[in-house]
Structure formats: C-alpha cells, structure tokens
Design a binder for this molecule. Structure first.
Ligand SMILES: NC(=O)c1ccc[n+]([C@@H]2O[C@H](COP(=O)([O-])OP(=O)(O)OC[C@H]3O[C@@H](n4cnc5c(N)ncnc54)[C@H](OP(=O)(O)O)[C@@H]3O)[C@@H](O)[C@H]2O)c1
Length: 330
C-alpha cells in the first residue's frame, strides 16, 4: 500500500508550508550571496594577498619555530611516507615514537634514526584502531621519551577501486584506520597538548579530496572527512584560545606505496611531476610545523582549482570529472 502523509497521521499542509519556508529563506540567502559576490571575491582576494604577504615577510625576516627537543609521534612510521616524516623530524632534533603494526619495519626505522641522528627513539607496535592500545601507548611514550607535542596522523589504508569495488572488509578497514584511527589517536594525545598549551597535529589526508572520482570512492571520502576533522579541531582550538595547531596535508600521488603506483599504471593515470617522493613531502610537514600552516595541498594549485570551481553548479563541476573518469582504463 502506498503511504501518503495523511494515512501516516502527519499534517501534510503544515509540512509543505515548512518546506516552502525553508526553501524561500535559503533562496533569499543565495540571491544575497550572488548580489554580493563581487564584494566577496574582492575581500577574499585581499585576505589571500594579505596571508601571502605575511608568509613571505615571516619566511624572509622572521624566525621559524624551532622543533628541536620536541617529542614527535608518527603513526605508520615503519615504512612508506611515515618513515620519511619520522626521519625528517629526527633531522630537526625531535625525539621520535615510531608507531605501526609491523614490528620488523618499526625496529628498523627506530634503529636507523637512533644511529643517524642520536635522538631518543622507540618503536611501538600499536593498531591505531584499538583505543586501549592507544591509551597504553600514551603512558609508555611519556615514560620513555616525554610528553608528545607533535602528532603526525599518517597511518592509512589506500585502495584504488580500479578493477573491483573494495570488499566490505576493505571498506571497513579503510574507514577504521583512516578516520577512526586518526580520531582516536588525536583524542588520546590532544588533552596533554592543551594542558601544556603547545603542540601541533598534522593529519595526512590526500589530494583525492579535490577530485571526487569513482576510483577513489571510499578512500577519498575518508580523506575528505580527515580534512573536516582538522578544520573543526582548529576552530575548537581557537575557540578556547589554545596555542596548539592543526594542519591538514593533502598530497597528490606519492612514490611511497608500490601498490598505488601499479594501480595508477593499470588505470592509465600518468601523474608525471605530480608524483612526489616521500622525503620531499616530509619537508612540507616540517614547514607546516615551523610556520603553523593550516592546509597544505601539494601541488598547491589543486586547492585553487577547488576554490574557483566551487562557484559552478555541481553538474558542471562533475562534468569534467566524468570525462576524466571515462578516459581511465577499467
Ligand atoms: N601513496 C600515495 O599515493 C598517497 C597519496 C596521498 C596521501 N597518501 C596518504 O599518506 C599516508 C601514507 O601512505 P603511504 O604511501 O606511505 O602508504 P603505506 O606505505 O601503505 O603506509 C601506510 C602506513 O600506515 C600504517 N598502518 C596501516 N594500518 C595501520 C594500523 N591499523 N595501525 C597502525 N598503523 C597502520 C602502516 O604501518 P604497518 O604496515 O606497520 O601497519 C604503514 O606504515 C596514508 O595516510 C595515505 O593515505 C598516500
């Protein structure tokens, strides 16, 4: 039987009036925004130019924040990008907690760091999706190295849906590691940073957030959620006037994961100069820690493409992505 609002006992008229009111109000907002667009664009340009000028002056004449002696925890630091970030941090004089699940790689990374840079370092076998293990990790790191003031949420599961859709198990793991893991690790380590009123959290997201393509399906969604998470965290920190900083890093394809490189070849994506080495990207993390950048896209042009295309209706924005998707091999 077809259910209408009357036979479900709902007052249809009142509901329609409410919907109309909401729509009329939002249309007024849209008209206001369209009329005010030239002003909005001018203000936005001035704000961007001001920010660029401040960055330029700071980098030319200012002193960047030193991070030597800080305790940095890097998730997924046994291999891949996390290892490169851990090494770059150790090079800056940070003590490093090397976190991941594969002991062999964790031990190798921490041994390399200890021998090469002479900083304090230790390997911790921890699954970032396990809250209990993360709480124990916090206790252990404070005892072994000190309070963590730099947290790099790098651990991630990447799956490009090139040939097949990810299985239910892979979907769950991607969401768990990329999103739940980042949230839980942040929740456990942030309170101490707030108490000390210093610290910096860097969340490694991905440039896939700018291009919602079917091949990035769930992966891109988890990374977009990480961007949201970082922005909401920044707002919270400013609201409570905390000195703790949060950065979202959104890199293009990396050379750090063989599987991704092979998938790209299979799909016909030729990233060329957009494919970045882990040690190069690690320097962006160092820059973010020195200068407190909020969002970093690599290459930075992607951020602008997204900002400028946002004024188009969704069907136009998605048209170019549909064309791009059609050119990719299945
Ligand atoms: N590769 C790219 O093209 C690319 C592009 C943009 C962004 N990213 C992002 O960059 C980050 C690093 O990627 P990558 O290229 O270095 O990939 P990767 O080599 O696969 O590294 C992933 C890391 O995550 C760790 N990890 C996975 N599950 C974990 C868990 N449950 N608990 C703790 N650690 C876990 C792994 O450590 P164990 O093996 O020890 O568990 C590994 O070190 C990811 O967040 C990824 O999304 C990658």
């Amino acid at each position: 039987m077809l259910l209408t609002c009357e036979n479900r006992g709902v007052n249809c008229q009142a509901m329609h009036t409410q919907v109309l009111k909401i729509e009329a109000l939002s249309s007024l907002y849209v008209i206001g925004i369209i009329l005010g667009y030239p002003i909005i664009i001018t203000v936005s340009l001035v704000a961007h130019i001001f920010q660029l000028l401040v960055k330029f002056v700071k980098s030319r004449f200012g002193h960047s924040k030193s991070i030597a002696g800080e305790v940095a925890l890097v998730t997924g630091a046994g291999h891949g990008l996390g290892r490169d970030i851990a090494i770059a941090l150790a090079q800056q004089g940070c003590h490093i907690a090397v976190v991941g699940t594969q002991v062999k790689y964790l031990l190798e990374t921490s041994a390399f760091i200890a021998q090469t840079f002479g900083v304090k370092t230790k390997a911790y076998k921890v699954d970032v999706t396990n809250y209990q293990q993360i709480c124990e990790l916090k206790e252990n790191v404070s005892k072994d190295l000190g309070d963590v003031t730099i947290l790099i949420n790098n651990a991630g599961v990447i799956y490009m849906s090139t040939k097949e859709k990810p299985s239910a198990e892979v979907v769950q793991r991607m969401i768990n590691v990329n999103l739940t893991g980042t949230t839980l690790v942040t929740d456990v380590f942030l309170p101490k940073m707030k108490e000390l009123n210093r610290g910096h959290i860097v969340n490694v997201s991905s440039a896939s957030v700018f291009f919602p393509l079917p091949i990035h399906y769930i992966y891109g969604s988890t990374k977009a959620a990480m961007r949201y998470l970082t922005a909401a965290l920044r707002v919270h920190l400013r609201q409570i006037k905390s000195n703790v900083k949060a950065t979202c890093l959104m890199p293009s394809y990396l050379t750090t994961n063989k599987g991704v490189s092979e998938d790209m070849k299979a799909t016909g994506i030729t990233p060329g100069q957009f494919q970045i080495d882990g040690d190069v990207l690690a320097q962006y993390v160092i820059k973010a820690l020195h200068w407190g950048h909020e969002e970093i896209a690599v290459p930075c042009g992607f951020l602008w493409v997204q900002k400028l295309s946002a004024i188009f209706p969704a069907y136009i924005q998605e048209f170019s992505l549909t064309l791009l998707s059609r050119t990719l091999k299945k």
